[in-house]
Design a binder for this molecule. Structure first.
Ligand SMILES: [Zn+2]
Length: 98
């Protein structure tokens, strides 16, 4: 049985499970860029070829941890824009173990 919640990163739009199917915690970190669309390929061999349009991800989230004091307290590296719980049944079904 799957554990954890499925959430969407508010900075990059990535959707992920907070715990992997084996129960291991997952720490999301936004990529530097995300694809926001497509454009015609610059040198197409196929007239319908496209190339991605990239946009820098602002306020990136990084859930990897850092030590914040000499007592060993840890916190995530960057909150970014936070996350939103996913409630769409179709998306949740895609994250359900077979
Ligand atoms: Zn992200």
């Amino acid at each position: 049985m799957a554990t954890g919640n499925v959430v969407q990163c508010n900075a990059c739009g990535g959707i992920y499970r907070t715990h992997q199917l084996d129960g291991t915690e997952y720490y999301h970190a936004c990529p530097p860029q995300r694809v926001i669309g497509t454009k015609p390929a610059p040198t197409p061999t196929d007239p319908n070829a496209t190339a991605p349009i990239f946009e820098a991800v602002a306020n990136r989230r990084d859930e990897n941890v850092k030590v914040t004091d000499d007592q060993g307290t840890v916190a995530i590296k960057a909150e970014g824009l936070g996350v939103t719980p996913v409630t769409d049944p179709a998306i949740l079904a895609a994250f359900t173990a077979a």
